[in-house]
Design a binder for this molecule. Structure first.
Ligand code: PLP
Length: 358
């Protein structure tokens, strides 16, 4: 497998990709319902939750919207320290919600006290936090943010975008008191894109029942009604559920904690490589992502040329996101990426550096 070191979509192992080729089943058939049930029950372990998990033909962004539509009648506070927090605030505003943002400079993590300060000044229905900002390579201290938020507003709904975190970095939904946590299939779960997974507490579901105009496709109440019948309101992403079934087994065979440790180890490898090769790290120390590392392009490498060079060797990295393009580049180490893949990447990067020098 020639790894793509981009933060999603990531490589899918052949066994999982091939699982999608199984014959179709009607999504309202006992065979499919049994499979859906099994996947839903096992997926809870990814989130460390006793609550339900919705498996929807969608991507993670859909659940940014679902949180807004199902839980907000008053105000929402969105923590913004990168592109995906920014998107969530936009999603809230474009749904007509009264939206405040806690703006943190890109590359820095949000601090629990900053969130608590905002909550002391205003009452919010929802606190929206991106767990792992893929655009900057910052992991927000989610556990401490959630605890601080609860202390100020015990009944606030804490919604978490863990699109590039879940499965790759520790997250304990129930123990940390989170209300909604969602992810996309194409990141740390190493599945093809097109499936969104969202864990939703009973409390959030009860709240949704009181919120008017939740819409149709992303309505938690409707999703729950169908989940109880082991299916989805509209056609399920059957092939992706086949793939999820196989991948969940693989993930739990490796062990979730082992997977987290593998990601943390690979993050260390990339950080060390960057420092040893004259680069700086974009994310502040102590809050660096375990799934994607953003490197400041201190040596002014031509990133498109670098990627062309890597592509000849079957590899690919990611340029900086949005305003960080060419000023930074990103090396993702999520999903099925292994330390030996990084070793091969480092060799290629060094060959590129030599060619530049020569
Ligand atoms: C943190 C984060 N949130 C949301 C998204 C959007 O995910 P999707 O494209 O699956 O909707 C991404 C995609 O990179 C992301 O990294």
């Amino acid at each position: 497998m020639a790894p793509m070191f981009v933060p999603g979509p990531v490589d899918v192992v052949p066994e999982v990709a091939q699982a999608q080729a199984k014959p179709m089943l009607p999504h309202r058939s006992p065979e499919f319902e049994a499979l859906f049930h099994s996947c839903e029950q096992r997926a809870r372990r990814l989130f460390r939750t006793q609550h339900r998990v919705f498996l929807l033909a969608a991507t993670g962004t859909a659940f940014q919207e679902a949180c807004v539509r199902n839980l907000v009648t008053g105000k929402i506070l969105v923590v913004v320290n990168g592109a995906f927090g920014k998107r969530w605030a936009e999603v809230a505003r474009t749904n007509g919600k009264d939206t405040d943002v806690l703006e943190i400079p890109w590359g820095k993590a949000a601090r629990p006290e900053q969130v608590a300060d905002m909550l002391r000044r205003n009452r919010y229905d929802v606190l929206a936090v991106v767990h792992n900002e893929t655009s900057t390579g910052v992991e927000n201290p989610l556990k401490d943010i959630a605890a601080a938020a609860r202390e100020v507003q015990p009944d606030i709904f804490i919604c978490v975008d863990s699109v590039s975190g879940l499965g790759g970095t520790p997250l304990e939904m129930d123990a940390w008191g989170l209300d909604v946590v969602f992810t996309s299939s194409q990141k740390c779960l190493a599945l093809p894109p097109g499936l969104a997974l969202a864990a939703v507490t009973d409390r959030a579901l009860e709240r949704a029942k009181e919120v008017p105009h939740r819409g149709w496709y992303l309505d938690f109440v409707r999703l729950e009604k169908h989940r109880l019948k082991d299916s989805t309101p509209a056609t399920a992403a059957i092939s992706l559920i086949y793939a999820l079934d196989v991948q969940l087994d693989r993930i739990f065979t490796e062990g979730l904690e082992n997977r987290w440790a593998r990601h943390a180890h690979m993050a260390q490898m990339v950080q060390t490589w960057a420092r040893e090769h004259g680069f700086e790290l974009f994310a502040e120390e102590g809050y660096r992502s375990r799934t994607v590392t953003t490197i400041v392009n201190t040596r002014a490498w031509d990133i498109p040329a670098l990627n062309a060079f890597l592509l000849e060797r079957g590899m690919r990295i990611a340029n900086g996101y949005g305003p960080l393009k060419n000023k930074t580049f990103r090396i993702a180490h999520m999903g099925e990426t292994q330390p030996q893949h990084l070793e091969a990447l480092f060799e290629a990067l060094e060959a590129f550096a030599q060619r530049q020098a020569g």
